[in-house]
Design a protein around this ligand. Structure first.
Ligand SMILES: *[C@@H]1O[C@H](CO)[C@@H](O)[C@H](O)[C@H]1NC(C)=O
Ligand SMILES: *[C@@H]1O[C@H](CO)[C@@H](O)[C@H](O)[C@H]1NC(C)=O
Length: 466
């Protein structure tokens, strides 16, 4: 089934059941106003939603629900919510926890997320919630194939009205496109377009689960950079170094390239030839990075530029060929970092690594990320603290001179966006005695060798006495 069939199916379900399901289990909250700002300027879709909710029921309300159509929920990379406290200049944002939830009588395959309020809403009270959700792989290139001289157009599917389990009194949606080349858009009056902004609304008095499909067809030539698989190895050496190796499988996920590729045209007319392709990518690395390399199966790729700063370092990489829609590149970026910037000791005497999760490439989606933290030999009781759900397991890795192997903490997560680049920690016990194990092994090996030599020189192996 393609995306459109799914959307249609979903609509059918919504319209057939929204008539009958007035017995919703959450009738006591209503949305006084909803403002949605949808940012379509990159390949990653970010939606900023401001909700003013009111408790109209008799009891306290401690959660507020968000609803997503199944096609969107499937590609949802992140949902964050916060509330504001204080007035005007002293306004602060307080993060709230958001978790997927289910309700027995929620129809339509709509996926629900529940925002837990810090202070439950009493009857008649209202609160303002700020929500950010990020969706990947939802801009659909059309035409699906373009030649080198064409620009890229994509479809964006959504609803003019906010899908919500609550009655919505008033709502408006703004959609921002990268430029003003909008081929077509669905009108759901009042609809208005000015420059790079499309406005849907105000709409008044919408019943729960209102859904009104829209399609926006617009130009988007931003790099559709997707890392299909990223394996990061972070190796801790208590001799003072943190070694990082990132293995990338990168793809251009935009409209497929058709026809031949002319490098002459590409280089002579860069403003109109291959505008949706990408030639460089920028990786943001920690400050004080050293021994940076960038290579693929063939060998070193020399076309990279490193700028080291006091706050961050930037590595600009350039694959061997520009990437057009559907093209892939596989490469490795490696670097060393001073250990004291990332390894700390907790009050209870454990060591811990504090390192950034996610991918250092800017504006890039990662379909599947694996982080392997290789602890020094002899480490015990590893545990990790990651600010979002991940898959965790332990492995053992062997390097030269290893006897028992190194405990390796393996963390896996799917569908990551740059907002996932936040610190995580791996805690472990380590006794410095183990640092001496390998040097001692070497010393004793050399020592034994000399003993063997001396013994050999002093034994007379001849059969006959001279
Ligand atoms: C590749 O680059 C690294 C780091 O710049 C360097 O140490 C190494 O010698 C290079 N290898 C080759 C084969 O050029
Ligand atoms: C980890 O590092 C970040 C800054 O990079 C810092 O804000 C955070 O407090 C650190 N976390 C821990 C547990 O040390």
């Amino acid at each position: 089934m393609d995306r459109r069939t799914l959307v249609l199916l979903f609509l059918l379900l919504v319209s057939s059941s929204s008539l009958g399901s007035s017995s919703s289990s959450t009738p006591d909250i209503r949305v006084l106003s909803a403002e949605r700002r949808i940012d379509l300027t990159s390949s990653i879709v970010r939606v900023f939603l401001t909700l003013k909710v009111e408790n109209t029921g008799a009891s306290q309300a401690s959660d507020v629900l968000l609803a997503f159509p199944p096609t969107e929920a499937e590609h949802l990379a992140m949902v964050k919510a916060s509330t504001t406290e204080g007035k005007r200049k002293k306004k602060i944002y307080v993060p709230l926890s958001v978790n997927p939830t289910e309700l027995p009588d929620t129809p339509n395959g709509a996926h629900l997320f529940s925002i837990s309020l810090r202070n439950p809403l009493k009857t008649g009270e209202a609160a303002v919630l700020e929500v950010l959700y990020i969706v990947t792989h939802c801009l659909e290139p059309f035409p699906v194939e373009i030649s080198q001289s064409e620009t890229q157009f994509v479809y964006y599917h959504d609803s003019a009205t906010l899908l919500s389990p609550y009655h919505v009194m008033e709502q408006i949606t703004y959609i921002k496109t990268p430029n003003n080349k909008v081929e077509s858009y669905t009108r759901v009056d009042p609809t208005n377009r000015a420059g790079t902004e499309l406005r849907y609304g105000l709409y008044h008095d919408l019943p729960p689960y209102s859904y009104s499909p829209i399609i926006v067809h617009f130009e988007n030539n931003n790099p559709f950079a997707v890392v299909e698989e990223l394996v990061r190895e972070v190796e801790i050496s208590h001799w003072g170094n943190l070694q990082v190796r990132d293995h990338y499988k990168l793809k251009h996920a935009g409209a497929r390239h058709k026809g031949i590729f002319s490098r002459v045209e590409y280089q002579s007319r860069p403003s109109i030839s291959g505008v949706s392709s990408f030639k460089h990518l920028l990786a943001r690395l920690p400050p004080r990075v050293h021994s940076v390399y960038y290579r693929d199966e063939i060998g070193n790729i020399s076309s990279s530029h490193l700028r080291i700063g006091s706050q961050k370092s930037e590595l600009e990489i350039e694959p061997r060929y520009p990437l057009f829609g559907g093209w892939k590149a596989t490469f490795v970026i490696g670097y060393g970092l001073p250990l004291q910037d990332f390894l700390f000791e907790s009050p209870d005497g454990k060591h811990y690594l504090n390192f950034s999760f996610g991918c250092p490439l800017l504006e890039t989606v990662v379909d599947e990320l694996t982080i392997k933290v290789v602890l020094p030999e002899g480490s015990k009781n590893p545990s990790s603290v990651v600010p979002f759900p991940v898959n965790q397991q332990l492995e053992t890795t062997y390097a030269y001179l290893d006897v028992v192997g190194r405990t390796t903490v393996v963390l896996k997560k799917r569908n990551l966006v740059p907002e996932h680049n936040i610190p995580f920690q791996v805690y472990y016990d380590f006794s410095p005695i183990f640092m001496l194990a390998e040097p001692l092994m070497l010393v004793s090996a050399v020592f034994l060798f000399f003993i063997a030599c001396i013994v050999y020189l002093h034994i007379d192996l001849s059969i006959r006495k001279s």
